[in-house]
Ligand binder design. Structure first.
Ligand code: PMP
Length: 432
């Protein structure tokens, strides 16, 4: 495959755009560098780059594109919405329709507010939880990404009863001190942290199914225990469902798993591909938000007619019967096929999969927490990534990102992907 035009455009991009990309995860830094492929257009499960190469896409824009690219129903809704004006700064009936659809799907959303990104949604839930509890600290789990606001770019201290340290330059120590980070899927450190800081913890921030160091499901009873212990200590539970909502069922992971947070943050899928975020939850907590309460949150673009109508159209598409069974069937086909190849070529790799989302980790150990995901073989992944790219398979350039299947992928796409995986594994097994 030739990438001449991609390289030319990326060279030019480097002159104007810092680092050549508008989000660091798009750079190929984690896979040995090189110019990221520049896409020209996308349709269904496929990407077409500026050099005319075609790819089967498993990035799905880091999750949102569950319907595949340019889904006709969503495209039509966006076109129609644009013809009626893209931004009003006034209420519209679409906000109400969409909020109603979301509450029908996710009953914990007694009241909801729309914002513009997952970052904003999470950031605001934390402010609301602090306002409600009149406490300042939060607990979160290691390796879970919650956007780029100061409060969540905080790394773990040296133990569960230690305060956090900035995980990005520019995050003040004073902010990091409000955050305690403990390992996912291990209730003891969480207990230690919450007991140590008990009357200071406003909220526990949880990805109910982790999507940011691959797909990692909660251990049996873990989420319920987190809920119970948090509530016993006067802390709220915030679910970050930016990746998980509508990914595994028509609703939140909370509905699938039968656990109920006090507040939830959303983004990604619910916008049908347009910028969106949302947060909501218990009425008595949400009442603290302006204009009813003293907690401020606002947004020029919040609830804009385009994102609302794209979101409604998206829900209409995925509500159709069979969506999640289809994603699960293709996911299983992919998982079974890759597992067979792992065994055939003796590749030190393991898979986590839930429905249409899968992670291939280059380690023999089952991955249940961040430390294990961090310890997987990045060099081997980098070789695998480049080999797959050269065969027209687009993955995220990260050793523990999920592969996302869309409703526009077909069994033939999975078969073609498995042939590429076999070729890549053969190459890897030769250099082992
Ligand atoms: N929470 C989670 C779980 C996410 O995966 C992300 C984005 N990857 C965010 C929050 C932030 O969302 P956004 O990029 O829309 O700000």
């Amino acid at each position: 495959m030739k990438f001449t035009e991609s390289e030319r455009i990326q060279n030019e991009a480097n002159d104007y755009i810092l680092g050549g990309v508008n989000s660091p995860s798009r750079s190929y830094k984690a896979v040995g560098g090189g110019a990221p492929v520049v896409m020209d257009h996308a349709d269904g499960a496929y990407f077409y780059d500026v050099d005319g190469n075609q790819y089967i896409d498993y990035l799905a824009a880091y999750g949102p594109i569950i319907t595949g690219h340019a889904h006709p129903h969503i495209t039509e809704a966006i076109k129609k919405a644009a013809e009626n004006g893209v931004l009003y700064g006034t209420p519209t009936r679409h906000e109400v329709t969409f909020a109603k659809m979301l509450r029908e799907a996710i009953p914990s959303l007694e009241k909801i507010r729309f914002v513009n990104s997952g970052t904003e949604a999470v950031m605001t839930t934390i402010r609301v939880a602090r306002a409600y509890t009149k406490r300042d600290k939060i607990i979160k789990f290691a390796g879970c990404y919650h956007g780029h606001s100061d409060l969540v770019l905080v790394a773990a201290g040296s133990g569960p009863s230690q305060l956090g340290t900035p995980d990005s330059a520019g995050v003040p120590e004073s902010v990091a001190k409000e955050v305690i980070t403990v390992p996912f899927n291990d209730i003891e450190p969480f207990k230690e942290a919450i007991h140590h800081f008990s009357d200071q913890i406003a909220a526990v921030l949880v990805e109910p199914i982790v999507g940011n160091f691959g797909i990692v499901e909660p251990a049996e009873g873990f989420l319920q225990a987190v809920n119970d212990i948090a509530h016993d200590n006067g802390a709220l539970v915030i679910y970050d469902e930016v990746i998980t909502a509508f990914r595994f069922c028509y609703g939140g992971a909370q509905d699938m798993l039968g656990v109920k947070p006090d507040l939830t943050a959303f983004g990604k899928i619910i916008g049908g591909g347009l910028p969106i975020g949302a947060y909501g939850g218990r009425q008595d907590i949400m009442e603290h938000v302006a204009p009813l309460g003293p907690t401020y949150q606002a947004g020029t673009m919040a609830g804009n007619p385009l994102s609302m109508q794209a979101g409604i159209a998206l829900l209409e598409v995925i509500k159709e019967e069979g969506t999640y069974e289809y994603l699960d069937r293709l996911g299983k086909q992919l998982e079974d096929g890759v597992t067979e190849l792992i065994n055939k070529y003796q590749i030190p790799a393991t898979i986590n999969r839930l429905k249409g989302a899968m992670t291939l980790y280059f380690t023999e150990e089952k991955v249940v927490n961040y430390e294990q995901a961090e310890n997987t073989d990045g060099e081997m992944f980098a070789k695998f990534f480049k080999s797959m790219l050269n065969q027209g398979i687009n993955l995220a350039p990260s050793k523990y990102e999920a592969w996302f299947i869309t409703i526009r992928h077909t069994e033939d796409d999975i078969e073609q992907t498995l042939r590429a995986v076999e070729h890549s594994f053969k190459e890897l097994s030769l250099v082992k």
